[in-house]
Ligand binder design. Structure first.
Ligand code: 5GP
Ligand code: ZN
Length: 138
């Protein structure tokens, strides 16, 4: 896609710090790392989000994520790695080219806010009704 910054990264039209690539995916360092080692994996084919990406590209992203998460584990020895993926402006997706974030947490380092939400029991009736609504659309 012409005006897509991540398509430009794939085509090497703008620079990036490459970590991995194969025929379907490209992985590079995030320039605004949440924590050290923050890596992005993107499909080479443009797709905005989870609704647009093909099952084949999604599979390739997740196979690569295992490979790269293992490399991060070896390189940085984190005590956890969050895999995070945003879809839509309402959840603050900024770049509209599908990307999976890999964010390692180094022992003793700052907390990753998204992994630290408050556990509040839900209303079982509402939970059941909503789950039924979703299941009914499959
Ligand atoms: P989103 O909120 O869309 O999931 O996150 C987009 C991510 O892309 C952000 O973490 C941001 O730092 C990263 N990003 C945006 N522009 C560039 C860029 O030009 N190069 C790199 N390496 N990362 C970028
Ligand atoms: Zn794109």
């Amino acid at each position: 896609m012409e005006d897509c910054i991540f398509c430009k990264i794939v085509k090497n039209e703008i620079p990036s710090i490459k970590i991995y690539e194969d025929d379907k995916v490209f992985a590079f360092a995030d320039i605004n790392p949440i924590l050290e080692g923050h890596t992005l994996i993107i499909p080479k084919n443009h797709a905005a989000d989870i609704w647009e990406i093909t099952p084949e590209d999604l599979t390739a992203i997740h196979i690569a994520s295992k490979k790269i998460a293992s490399a991060i584990q070896k390189a940085l020895n984190p005590d956890g790695i969050a895999l995070l993926q945003l879809n839509g402006r309402g959840v603050n997706q900024v770049v509209m080219h599908y990307h999976l974030h890999l964010v390692p947490h180094i022992k003793g380092g700052a907390d990753l806010p998204i992994t630290n939400w408050e556990i509040i029991p839900g209303d079982m009736e509402v939970i059941q009704k909503t789950a039924g609504k979703i299941a009914g659309c499959l």
